[in-house]
Design a protein around this ligand. Structure first.
Ligand code: AMP
Length: 177
């Protein structure tokens, strides 16, 4: 990772208190992505970690998982697959509904997005409680892909989201707060 350290990347992430609601300290990665040298360092770090993994598809979670996810897919020579909120994908989709603190949410993936023999990297910008990533894994299970790795740029370790993800997966978080 050229001369930029993980500490530099961590420092470039802005904290926004009480967004989107009171009590949440939002980790805003737009301040990291807008700096060319940080964006390159993030891309280089992910590339180095996954270069020899044989990944054929990077699956990014809407919408912040699309940014580094698609850069990484291109560098790895892999395809990029979006997981989106309901009604956004134009083709036939599989949907998975999951519980939130209040109410529920649904995510979707195109039915023809993956093949059983794909080597998949599930990517999102941040791991908080793990609810979103767990739901995304349920969608991946429909395709019976056996080779799945998981990546986040940031992990909020105090929320213990990692515990909700099975330890059968290789989970790489670049930065932990
Ligand atoms: P969770 O399902 O709780 O793991 O939340 C992860 C998703 O919500 C990711 O897509 C994040 O972009 C977003 N998110 C949750 N909490 C935060 C936070 N404190 N700062 C930034 N993004 C967050």
């Amino acid at each position: 990772m050229n001369q930029i350290t993980k500490e530099d990347i961590a420092k470039s992430i802005r904290d926004i208190p009480d967004f989107p609601k009171k009590g949440i300290l939002f980790k805003d990665l737009t301040t990291a992505f807008k700096k060319p040298e940080i964006l390159t360092a993030i891309s280089d770090d992910l590339y180095e970690y996954y270069a020899s993994s044989g990944i054929t598809k990077v699956v990014g979670i809407e919408s912040r998982g699309f940014i580094a996810g698609s850069i990484l897919a291109s560098r790895l020579g892999a395809g990029f697959v979006p997981i989106r909120k309901p009604g956004k994908l134009p083709g036939d989709t599989y949907a998975f509904e999951y519980d939130l603190e209040y109410g529920s949410d649904t995510i979707e993936i195109h039915k023809d997005a993956l093949e059983k023999n794909d080597i998949v990297l599930l990517h999102d910008d941040l791991l908080a409680t793990g609810g979103t990533a767990s739901a995304a894994l349920e969608l991946l299970k429909i395709f019976e892909v056996s080779n799945v790795m998981i990546n986040f740029i940031v992990e909020l370790s105090f929320l213990k989201g990692r515990d909700s993800l099975s330890d059968e997966y290789d989970i790489y978080s670049m930065i932990t707060f």
